[in-house]
Design a protein around this ligand. Structure first.
Ligand SMILES: Cc1cc2nc3c(=O)[nH]c(=O)nc-3n(C[C@H](O)[C@H](O)[C@H](O)COP(=O)(O)OP(=O)(O)OC[C@H]3O[C@@H](n4cnc5c(N)ncnc54)[C@H](O)[C@@H]3O)c2cc1C
Length: 408
């Protein structure tokens, strides 16, 4: 067992962890980011980078390099509800440099960000390092126990930041209390082929026959997400794969014979949606941010962006205390106080959309009538700036105040 001393140990190399590692190292704080996988490649992860995140890239002087990574530009968000086509948001109405969502595979985003972070000597990223528990002394978290290809290690740090996602082992180990907001939906993900000049277009939502299909353009294939009633996957499996293919054609006839590409249930991945948040994000020596502090619903595609905003606020508030040693409990609490309102407000909207728009549509077998708000947004295009702002910029957007040590 070797012991490595560090100012900050970040558990989890997702959007929150890599961004936090980048910003702390940039401010001159020695930081180690632990990621349990050997690379960032994982299928079916959120990949909607919103204007709020791109504005931060601009502030960091990284925007032009970020935009050189493979991505698709999404300017308007809409879909088909029953037979009614709708537009929910138009990002072109926002007066910003990047008035669109960049659909960038998360592994490209993380590879990009970590490659920039590695330019700072204080940054260390350790792949295939899985934190399995916390080291505690006198009621305070002092570091983590890590499983590595070379065996078990202990990493001691003034602060452990749990960025290990919605199934966070760190928050479990710290026994922090969690509030579950309940979710009526799950998502089934699968791939469909794409040809050159494909007539099939990406769509935010096809809603019909008690199902909702989202189709994301991944350049050389489509990533499809079928939103179903929570817990109904077993029922669908019992009905058989042929019936599943048929129901896909019902909800989105434009898929045509492409549904035959789903050969069996191995081609379909269930993602159990959760919406929850910690009542307290910290305890002595440990802070949770990103999905580890608040699992977000896929509604609005805001999860990555909120995780990044948490990282910005954490670096803004903690870089200075960390240069001196262990942050005080007050410092940790200030991070929660800064970010909690944005999380609560965003989750409240997500839960409202899930419960009042998506769940009733999934229950209904009758022909769907578009809700009033949908018709209003179609009739009065200028109003589409409101959802565009809510999703694209969000509540309480952060700006970076942690310094770039190289420029001090
Ligand atoms: C079905 C679905 C669709 C979604 N779609 C979108 C979308 O389109 N847009 C969007 O913005 N958000 C989306 N989200 C949400 C988004 O993926 C998350 O909110 C976001 O990735 C959270 O970032 P994070 O860094 O907090 O955690 P994560 O992205 O979950 O990253 C956690 C990292 O920690 C690592 N890790 C876990 N445990 C350990 C450990 N013990 N030791 C070391 N490493 C560990 C993991 O391997 C992972 O890399 C979606 C979520 C779901 C469920």
């Amino acid at each position: 067992m070797s012991e490595i001393q560090n100012r900050c140990c970040v558990v989890g190399g997702g959007p929150a962890g890599v961004m936090l590692g980048y910003l702390l190292a940039r401010a001159g704080v020695a930081v180690t980011v632990l990621e349990k996988h050997k690379d960032f490649f994982r299928d079916f992860r959120g990949d909607t980078v919103h204007p709020s995140t791109m504005q931060l890239m601009k502030q960091l002087g990284l925007l032009q390099y970020f935009l050189q990574q493979p991505h698709q530009v999404v300017e308007t968000v809409g879909g088909v509800y029953g037979n009614y086509s709708f537009q929910l948001g138009d990002l072109r109405t926002l007066s910003i440099d990047t008035p669109y969502i960049a659909l960038m595979p998360q592994w490209d985003f993380l590879n990009f960000l970590s490659s920039k972070a590695k330019a700072y000597p204080e940054f260390s990223l350790r792949m295939e390092h899985e934190a399995t528990g916390v080291i505690e002394r006198e009621g305070c978290v002092r570091g983590v126990v890590v499983q590595t290809p070379a065996g078990e290690q202990q990493i001691e740090a003034d602060l452990v930041v749990a960025c290990d996602g919605r199934h966070s082992r760190m928050r479990q180990a710290a026994a922090l209390p969690l509030k579950d907001l309940g979710v009526p939906i799950d998502v089934l993900w699968f791939r469909l082929s794409k040809t050159q000049n494909d007539p099939l277009k990406a769509v935010m939502a096809n809603i019909n026959y008690g199902k909702m299909l989202i189709l994301l353009d991944r350049q050389d294939y489509f990533q499809a997400g079928l939103i179903i009633r929570k817990g109904s996957f077993a029922e669908l499996q019992q009905q058989g794969i042929e019936q599943f293919r048929h129901s896909l054609q019902q909800v989105a006839p434009q898929l045509g014979e492409r549904v035959q590409e789903i050969r069996g249930w191995d081609d379909v991945k269930l993602l159990t949606v959760q919406v929850n948040r910690l009542l307290q994000w910290w305890r002595p020596g440990l802070l949770c941010i990103g999905d580890a502090a608040h699992a977000m619903s896929p509604v609005g595609g805001v999860g990555i962006n909120l995780a990044v905003q948490d990282a910005i606020a954490t670096a803004n508030l903690l870089w200075k205390p960390l240069t001196k040693g262990k942050p005080r409990l007050d410092d940790l609490n200030r991070v929660q106080a800064r970010r909690e309102f944005a999380v609560k407000a965003t989750q409240a909207v997500q839960v409202m959309v899930q419960n009042h728009s998506i769940a009733p549509a999934l229950e209904s077998t009758a022909p769907l009538k578009p809700p009033f708000l949908m018709r209003l947004l179609k009739a009065v295009p200028i109003l589409r700036v409101i959802p565009a702002y809510a999703a694209g910029i969000g509540v309480r957007p952060e700006r970076i105040h942690s310094p770039d040590r190289a420029r001090l």
